[in-house]
Design a protein. Structure first.
Length: 80
């Protein structure tokens, strides 16, 4: 498995096996976010979805969770 310098934790850690989502955002996550920080996001996102009762079938809710994800991971410059 490849090692990257994570943009979130600033440490050299293992890269994800594959992009976790499609498109440019998934490629950016794969290139710059370590597997540990992605796992932390997955846990955090589940708590946020439950706490705020988000319905990912709704475009506004998907957009909001993507916005928070990019902020959490340090990807604010990436397109939604």
């Amino acid at each position: 498995m490849a090692t990257i310098t994570c943009i979130r934790c600033k440490q050299d850690k293992e890269q994800l096996d594959a992009p976790p989502t499609g498109g440019e955002l998934g490629q950016s996550i794969h290139a710059g976010v370590c597997a540990d920080c992605w796992a932390e996001w997955r846990e955090t996102s589940a708590r946020l979805i439950n706490h705020y009762n988000l319905n990912l079938g709704l475009p506004d809710h998907r957009q909001e969770i993507r916005r928070v994800m990019k902020e959490f991971l340090g990807l604010e410059q990436q397109p939604v």
